[in-house]
Design a protein around this ligand. Sequence first.
Ligand code: SAH
Length: 199
Amino acid sequence: MKTNRKQLEIQLSRLRPFVFPKNYLEQYPTESSIAASLVWEAYQDGNIYNKNILDAGSGTGVLAYAALYLGCNFLTAVEIDIDQKEILESNLKEFQNKEIIIGNISEFQGRCDTVLCNPPFGAVKKNNDLPFLERIFEFGKYLYIIHNAVNDQFMTKFISERGELIRKNRIEMNLPRMYKHHTREQKNVELLAYVVRSY
Ligand code: SAH
């Protein structure tokens, strides 16, 4: 396929944003440049093209779109918030090889090759990340997980008990002002992207 990371980023920047974003679900969109880098890297690892992919906690589908754009075989997007269903459908409408499931990741059953996951970090509601972290190792062989860098110690231990850490990349992300408690126009947060092979 003739494309590149920059082209992917441009595509992602055109997607529709969250409607009625909900703080308690920690709905934060992954910036286009970061989503493009993460999924491009997964593509270069051989974990996207022709593979079955799960986007766990898909939000508006930015990671899902990237996987579909880069030629995955089938994409499953799981998102708990019904308010995002229409946006997800609209953002992914050009692709047929997908399924959108509105439901709790804790109740999802399925197998795939690769999991893409930018979950809630558990910053608003403690342990909100656990339903994701506990399940995604069952779903797929290769996992691309974004998490808050302040949780690195916990994540490193959690991953080491369930799989092999292949890579860890530091990411700076701009959080836009989205919720009432945000006082600044935007805030820089330090995140980590973990690439894991599950046991
Ligand atoms: N993956 C998207 C959204 C990240 S925000 C992106 O990268 O832009 C985390 C998403 O997880 C939100 O859309 C939130 O609604 C969803 N979510 C939170 N708890 C969930 C659960 N238990 N099951 C499924 N989705 C959940």
